[in-house]
Design a protein around this ligand. Structure first.
Ligand code: AMP
Ligand code: ZN
Ligand code: ZN
Length: 359
């Protein structure tokens, strides 16, 4: 038996129908050089529609900080929206095939005036402001449009993460449905809450912070397995924690959560956001040290905006998922729905934790 390598299917504790194949030997297979394109580090690009001075190349600001000409962060309508409030087609149905209208709002948040700045290079004050802008814009969209059930905030950074524009930016898509990835987490954590009376995310945070957890065989009472779970912690702020998920889908995937139970991102305070900014900046700097300039997505999962959402106020826990895109999903992943991760999550967490940060 090869002790250095693991090959196991890990079940996601929150969404048990979602599993990940951790196969470290697979990471050793010969591959053609897939080294990603270097990040565009230019501060200003003459032809970039998101660079200051080129505001005429985009729709006008919906919101900007500060409100004067010289902005630090601005929100604009996406010129090529995925969802829009101008209907193109009514909801149709053909027998058992049904469609609902692609209604919604798609906006771009230009995070920073500096074209090529990376998150770990931004000041904590600025990072905190970006998340305050997300929160305030979400609140105002929910207040003005009763049809919206969920607003997904996400960031694509780099071509491998689906970005078509290299200027740092994030986006939000407000939609009339709750997307199923969110619904699955809401449902999975509700099931856990009904069974155990606690939030599964809080439980995972507690386990991650304690040094060891032991699982016992329920029938014989014998120790089944002993994990050193403290090893999942990547970074710990005063109010936020960055954790490497046990069933990480991506090699360098990290989640950031408020340590104290909070189901709704909309209730986050400015002071909490300052600590989120601290935790996020350090996490991104660790990623840079260990994995280089990774291309990544991040997205926010929070309580959906539905009338009976108080149903999940105790069981759901908002969080930010950071998914560095170091490999391209293959036919196996598409066909099976099983993600393949070639780095042992415990080892990845340990490397991230020990990283000497450069910035
Ligand atoms: P990404 O594809 O992740 O890089 O996101 C960039 C987004 O900006 C895309 O969804 C585009 O539809 C949108 N976009 C591109 N050019 C403009 C523009 N001039 N004004 C507003 N949105 C734009
Ligand atoms: Zn630019
Ligand atoms: Zn919780």
């Amino acid at each position: 038996m090869d002790h250095d390598n693991i090959r196991e299917i890990r079940i996601d504790p929150i969404v048990p129908t979602q599993s990940v194949l951790i196969s470290t030997a697979r990471g050793k297979r010969p591959r053609q050089d897939e080294s990603p394109l270097p990040r565009d580090v230019r501060e200003h690009v003459e032809a970039c529609p998101f660079c200051p001075g080129n505001e005429h190349l985009t729709p006008p600001s919906i919101f900007q900080i500060p409100a004067t000409q010289k902005w630090d962060i601005r929100i604009i309508e996406n010129l090529y929206p995925i969802l829009d409030d101008a209907p193109l087609s009514p909801g149709i149905s053909h027998g058992i095939q049904q469609a609902i209208e692609g209604y919604g709002h798609h906006e771009v948040i230009i995070d920073h005036t500096n074209h090529g700045i990376a998150l770990h290079q931004m000041s904590e004050k600025h990072l905190s402001l970006i998340f305050a802008v997300y929160r305030d814009r979400m609140l105002s969209l929910y207040n003005s449009d009763p049809r919206i059930r969920y607003i997904l905030v996400f960031k694509n950074s780099g071509k491998a993460a689906g970005a078509s524009i290299s200027h740092t930016h994030s986006q939000l898509i407000a939609m009339p449905i709750v997307p199923h990835n969110v619904q699955d987490e809401v449902q999975g954590s509700l099931v856990f809450y009904q069974k155990n009376g606690t939030c599964i995310f809080c439980t995972l945070i507690d386990e991650a912070m304690s040094l060891e957890t032991t699982t016992y065989d329920r029938i014989s009472g014998k120790v089944r397995q002993s994990y050193e779970t403290g090893k999942y912690v990547v970074e710990r702020g005063k109010q936020f924690i960055a954790i490497k998920p046990f069933a990480s889908r991506y090699e360098w995937e990290v989640h950031i959560l408020p340590i104290k139970h909070q189901s709704n991102f909309l209730k986050v305070t400015g002071e909490e956001l300052d600590d989120l900014a601290w935790t996020l900046r350090r996490t991104m700097a660790r990623l840079k040290t260990v994995a280089g300039e990774v291309q990544y997505n991040y997205f926010l999962h929070t309580e959906p905006h539905i009338k009976n959402s108080s149903d999940c106020a105790q069981s759901f826990h908002w969080h930010l998922e950071i998914c560095p895109r170091t490999s391209i999903p293959s036919g196996f992943e598409l066909g099976s729905g099983l993600f393949v991760n070639t780095i042992n999550p415990e080892e990845a967490a340990s490397k991230l934790r020990q990283a000497i940060m450069q910035d």
